[in-house]
Design a binder for this molecule. Structure first.
Ligand code: APR
Ligand code: PHB
Length: 385
């Protein structure tokens, strides 16, 4: 088999790239090691930047998203039992969209299938060797000769190893905490997301639909989800989200999904080597506090697709050569923002000095227009290239 771009991984990065290439008449083969069902049910993040939605809309990928999404114009920071709204749209003119990543992935898979270009799930033993992509589907080994490879196979994928370690620099920071996330069959208790700083640890009240709440608790990094029966989760959420407002009440309901996610900051540079390009989680991870992982993946492939379009239109490989350099500008801005949000909102130790600094920063961000605008501008995201 032959193709122009071999794409490893059918997450948001791989699928959006495949579609942008299709719109430019560029052929690709997408392979993923998981089943379609697994990929479509994997619960991940749910906040889309304004620019991400614009890009998906322009690509014709947002029909259901625009019908079913929840549009938010602010977020709330809760500390000392009082909520403080950051008016995102008032400060930036832009909004955010709440739409589950797995719902987006369903839409992307369906759009890919409509193009009748190849999308292969359950590919075993996926390997990249130069521009050769090999894998096993139903016991048959296939080799695809590609002009280029796009490594969109997430943090645990194999593509990154296609760049010799002598050519790679790895930047990494691990955090002593993780997020315990639950999806609950309960109407959100608030119209907007609530980021809560509490002496017992951070909590986040988010949502997916008018009937489904998404909630997170800061827990130690080595937490076993089995130690968190539902009643303990609700107790802790009630405590950390409580406030001096008699109208506030957390809505509880059956827990549909529960998992612990590690937190790390991670970047590899460069994000390319010869004809291999890394995009999304394969190249960088951010802690989830800034809600950026999916948006950064889409921003990468927007640049990559432009580069391929330029190349196949016979206009040279200038953009492809600068792919990593262009992406890393945004990657590091988002790394800083995600680290900053994480540092401001999580209890790390019993150090009273750190606590006072965090509270001072929270008071600053919620009282100074300049500081609130900095948060808002980063949170809603910068326009795509
Ligand atoms: N071979 C083929 N496919 C692979 C391999 C492999 N060896 N390893 C992983 N994959 C697949 C995974 O099954 C997954 O479907 O690659 C895909 C990677 O998708 P994501 O992990 O979703 O990564 P990405 O597309 O970069 O999306 C960005 O943003 O919200 C955050 O981390 C969250 O998934 C999100 C990410
Ligand atoms: C989510 O809804 O899953 C979510 C929202 C905001 C974040 C992270 C995750 O910062």
């Amino acid at each position: 088999m032959r193709t122009q771009v071999g794409i490893v991984g059918a997450g948001p990065a791989g699928l959006v790239l495949a579609h942008l290439l299709h719109l430019n008449g560029i052929d690709s083969v997408v392979v993923d090691r998981q089943t379609r069902d697994h990929v479509e049910k994997r619960i991940r993040a749910g906040v889309l930047e304004h620019g991400t939605v614009d890009l998906l809309t322009a690509a014709g990928l947002a029909d259901r998203l625009l019908r079913e999404r929840m549009v938010h114009h602010g977020v709330e920071l809760l500390f000392d039992r009082v909520g403080h709204r950051v008016p995102l749209t008032e400060l930036t003119g832009r909004e955010i969209t709440i739409y589950g990543q797995h719902e987006l992935v369903k839409d992307l898979i369906s759009a890919r299938l409509d193009t009748e270009r190849p999308l292969l799930f359950e590919a075993a033993d996926v390997q990249v060797d130069g521009t050769e992509l090999t894998f096993d589907v139903d016991g048959t080994q296939t080799t695809v000769e590609c002009d280029f490879i796009a490594g969109c196979d997430g943090f645990h994928g194999i593509s990154r190893a296609g760049i010799p370690s002598s050519a790679l620099t790895v930047f990494e920071r691990e955090y002593p905490h993780a997020w315990l996330g639950v999806l609950a069959q309960a109407p959100p208790a608030s119209d907007e997301l609530v980021y809560a700083y509490h002496d017992r640890g951070f909590a986040l009240h988010s949502m997916r639909t008018p009937d489904i709440t998404r909630l997170y608790l800061q827990v130690p990094a080595d937490t076993d989800v089995a130690d968190w029966p539902d009643a303990r989760i609700w107790d802790e959420l009630r405590t950390r989200l409580d406030r001096d407002d008699p109208r506030w009440q957390l809505n509880e309901g059956p827990i549909l999904e529960k998992s612990v996610a590690a937190m790390r900051s991670f970047v590899v540079t460069p994000m390319q080597h010869e004809r291999l390009f890394l995009a999304g989680d394969a190249a960088h991870i951010v802690p989830p506090t800034g809600a950026k992982g999916l948006n950064l993946a889409v921003a990468d492939v927007a640049v990559l697709a432009e580069g391929f379009a330029e190349y196949y239109a016979g206009r040279g490989s200038g953009l492809l050569r600068r792919y990593s350099e262009i992406c890393l500008q945004r990657v590091w801005r988002v790394q800083h923002f995600s680290w900053w949000m994480t540092s401001m909102l999580h209890r790390v130790d019993d150090d009273p000095f750190t606590r006072e600094l965090q509270l001072s920063q929270l008071r600053y961000v919620t009282s100074s227009t300049a500081a609130a605008t900095t948060l808002a501008e980063n949170y809603v995201g910068f326009p795509m290239a």
